[in-house]
Design a protein around this ligand. Structure first.
Ligand code: NAD
Ligand code: UGA
Length: 437
């Protein structure tokens, strides 16, 4: 990968500087482009302009500093100024779940309408937000600029490894009816070492949903295998290792857990189900993967109930980890919260610790009635069960004897199979994992 590209460097506007937009902005600046990142959130723009990352993401601070220092990266709330003269405008705004399950394109349309009057003839508008089939047409209609090309370029990065994923993607998917625009975008990505699939917009839009739905279903499947292992007395860790060696299955994304969540799997599986329905196809397999995931949250709550040996009414439960997975501070649609909602509903009091959340600053947590503790030990004091919900590696290094001594009933439900059962038992705690006897 080269840092410097031909002169003059392409001029880029990125609309929406969240997980995807900010990552795209810093990475394009790293590749030598001149990038103006736009967000409606003034406070966020100010923070980013000072070089402060608004999210936890490995490598982000360094690339922010590099881009700003080199004069290639700037932040603004002014979409008009950023898009005037830009060669490419990347749309990275949210596409939340609408009431009927379908993706809500309000922000995409708004952003397109905002930039439309300011674009140069020949500019390329690149949709990176996850959007349903037909959205390339929706964007073109909102732009109403026949002299501007529209390209669908879905993003596949994961939170927690966003920078690495963006700079080393498995593939780049570009969908457009305008071959020249698709090739210009391909050239922009030339410094990245990845296969490029150029296709039509509907196929590009579908690839994104197909991947997220497949990955979500893969986790639902492996969670079901773990439950089966528990029932038949097999060891899920060994069973899954045995599955993962098969290259057709692969060991990645094959860990059982408390259920899948995050800002995208839930809304994207719902949107794909809806899209299929709208086109007369009953995607029963996907629906079952979603239903199985809801059952997984209940199953974890059941395991916690079994660990305390009866009803959760009036019982204190300790929880380690609240984010939707490790290496991120993102709480959106976190499975940990889905589980704790159920645990609270059954009458328990919850004391929780998460390394990214030092105090009860989040409205979701307050409304859930979860008390945030200063560390992993404090959360366990007087608890009748500990549930490990996020796979933060530091939880594996906690002094388990100290944990055991502080609990009213020393029992652990390890939804990530993170802890060593032998060590847990040696410390005097009862252990329940996912599919581990
Ligand atoms: P996000 O909520 O983190 O960021 C979106 C940003 O857009 C926010 O900062 C918001 O203030 C800003 N915004 C909203 N309307 C705007 C406007 N009109 N002009 C300027 N800024 C505006 O969202 P995200 O997680 O980055 O997701 C964005 C899109 O990318 C979604 O479609 C999502 O499905 C998709 N996606 C997300 C991920 C991920 O890991 N988060 C990965 C791949 C794809
Ligand atoms: C996911 C996809 O992996 C990305 O390719 C995609 O770009 C992104 O969604 C998106 O469209 O937003 P992300 O949501 O960051 O990325 O997280 P994942 O690592 O995929 O995990 C999603 C959920 O599945 C988490 O709750 C996680 O704990 C769970 N999971 C994941 C498991 O339970 N087991 C696994 O083996 C993997």
């Amino acid at each position: 990968m080269t840092e410097n590209r031909r002169d003059p460097a392409p001029s880029i506007a990125v609309i929406g500087a969240g997980y995807v937009g900010l990552t795209t902005a810093v990475c394009l600046a790293h590749l030598g482009c001149r990038v103006a990142a736009v967000d409606v959130d003034e406070a966020k723009v100010e923070r980013m302009s000072r070089g402060e990352p608004p999210i936890l993401e490995e490598g982000l601070a360094a690339l922010l500093e590099e881009g700003i220092g080199a004069g290639r990266l700037s932040f603004t709330t002014d979409a008009a100024a950023a898009s005037a003269g830009a060669d490419f405008v990347f749309l990275c705004v949210p596409t939340p779940q609408g009431g009927d399950g379908a993706a809500d394109l309000r922000y995409v349309k708004e952003a397109a309408s905002q930039i439309a009057p300011h674009l140069e003839a020949g500019a390329v508008v690149v949709t990176k937000s996850t959007v349903p089939v037909g959205s390339a047409g929706t964007v073109a209609a909102a732009l109403s600029r026949p002299d501007v090309a529209v390209v669908s370029n879905p993003e596949f990065l994961r939170e927690g490894s966003a920078i690495g994923d963006w700079l080393h993607p498995d593939r780049i998917v570009i969908g457009s009816d305008d071959r020249a625009a698709a090739e210009r975008l391909t050239a922009l990505y030339a410094p990245l070492d990845a296969p490029v699939l150029i296709t039509d917009p509907a196929s590009a839009e579908t690839v994104k949903y197909a991947c997220n739905a497949f990955l979500a279903a893969k986790v639902s499947f492996v969670n079901a295998i773990a439950t089966l292992c528990q029932a038949v007395g097999a060891d899920a860790v060994d069973v899954i290792r045995g599955m993962g060696y098969d290259r057709r299955i692969g060991a990645d994304h094959l860990s059982p857990g408390p259920g899948w969540g995050g800002s995208c799997f839930p809304k994207d599986t719902a949107a794909l189900l809806r899209m299929a329905e709208d086109h007369g196809y009953d995607f029963a397999l996907l629906r079952e993967a979603i239903v199985a995931n809801e059952r997984q949250f209940d199953l974890v709550a059941d395991r916690v109930e079994e660990a305390v040996g009866g009803s959760l009414e009036g019982v204190t439960v300790a929880a380690w980890g609240l984010t939707f997975k490790a290496s991120t501070d993102d709480l959106r649609d976190s499975p940990a919260l889905s589980v704790l909602r159920r645990v609270r509903h059954r009458g328990a009091t919850v004391r929780a610790f998460d390394p990214t959340l030092p105090e009860a600053s989040d409205a979701n947590l307050r409304s859930l009635g979860v008390e945030l503790c200063a560390d992993a030990y404090a959360a366990c004091e007087g608890a009748r069960a500990l549930v490990v919900l996020t796979e933060w590696p530091q939880f594996a290094d906690v002094d388990l004897a100290r944990v055991s001594a502080s609990m009213a009933n020393p029992a652990v439900v390890d939804t990530r199979n993170l802890l060593d059962p032998a060590q847990v038992r040696a410390a005097g705690l009862r252990y329940t994992g996912m599919g581990r006897s």
